[in-house]
Design a binder for this molecule. Structure first.
Ligand SMILES: NC(=O)c1ccc[n+]([C@@H]2O[C@H](COP(=O)([O-])OP(=O)(O)OC[C@H]3O[C@@H](n4cnc5c(N)ncnc54)[C@H](O)[C@@H]3O)[C@@H](O)[C@H]2O)c1
Length: 260
């Protein structure tokens, strides 16, 4: 199919665009990075664990031409700016940011310490805020950009198997998505969120025992955990050039656990 759309716009051709995914060493972030790579993007896989990010990047593209693994702690605004500059130098531009890095913690409501609350909010909410700030400004200056924030069903319903700090931070991600979308819309930059329900991912299988997992699956109207690849495909769609009709949105993908 021709990439030319009506009026000479280019459609469905994201080849050679550059995407940065946070928390991409494993889990959903690695899956999103993989789908972007499959679509022809050059992809920076960033993570707190730089070694694992480098390994994941090399697994996708052993030639090292189209992927790179970099250290990026999303709690550090300056680290975002540093990675932005490195990618600018390496590939000439960045077009897409996926704020995926997150940290969920199961803790009983009245036992969450001030330190634990601050730490979970810093990663899940602070990280998204800094990413949107640094790349929102950069994209706006260039008149183009796509930001996809990974929220959670927990941010909408208060959480089923996670802590209040995590749920509150993810609720904040949905709100920040709207605030940045309004600010950046006139500059060619879209900002959207995806709110996945429980996914078939290592973190879920590691932290929930098999019996509880079976109960959880039975509660989900479609009867199964979500498929990360579908979430990744949602992110790819929101990152596309012709996705500019959607901004400030939060796309649900929860198997029917939460309907609105
Ligand atoms: N797993 C699920 O069922 C599920 C459901 C809804 C939303 N989510 C969200 O999807 C995203 C990915 O989740 P996952 O299941 O793949 O988790 P995961 O724990 O398997 O992976 C998270 C990655 O983020 C990295 N990370 C943690 N703190 C970081 C920091 N400060 N800076 C940079 N990287 C950091 C970790 O090193 C890890 O590689 C998270 O935002 C999570 O909240 C997951």
């Amino acid at each position: 199919m021709s990439p030319q759309g009506i009026g000479g716009e280019t459609w469905e051709d994201d080849t050679h665009r550059v995407a940065l995914v946070t928390g991409a060493a494993r889990g959903l972030g690695a899956c999103i990075a993989g789908r972007l790579y499959d679509k022809g993007y050059r992809v920076a896989l960033t993570d707190l664990d730089a070694e694992a990010a480098t390994k994941a990047a090399a697994e996708l593209d052993p030639s090292g031409q189209h992927t790179v693994g970099l250290a990026l702690d999303v709690r550090d605004k300056e680290a975002f700016a540093g990675v932005r500059d490195q990618l600018d130098e390496r590939w000439g531009a960045v077009h897409v940011l996926v704020n995926n890095a997150g940290h969920s913690k199961v803790e009983s409501l009245m036992r969450i310490s001030p330190e634990s609350f601050a730490s979970v909010v810093a990663t899940n909410l602070g990280g998204t805020f800094f990413g949107c700030q640094v790349f929102g400004e950069y994209f706006a200056e260039r008149g183009y950009g796509r930001i996809v924030n990974i929220g959670s069903l927990a941010g909408q319903n208060g959480g089923t198997a996670t802590g209040a700090h995590y749920a509150a931070a993810k609720g904040g991600v949905a709100t920040l998505t709207k605030v940045f979308a309004r600010e950046l819309g006139p500059h060619g930059v879209t900002v959207n969120a995806i709110a996945p329900g429980p996914q078939d991912l290592p973190v879920v299988r590691e932290s929930v025992d098999p019996e509880k997992l079976a109960q959880l699956e039975a509660m989900i109207p479609v009867g199964r955990l979500g498929r990360p690849r579908f979430i990744a495909d949602m992110a790819v769609l929101l990152a596309a050039e012709h996705a500019d009709a959607v901004t400030g949105a939060c796309w649900d993908a929860n198997g029917g656990l939460f309907m609105r």
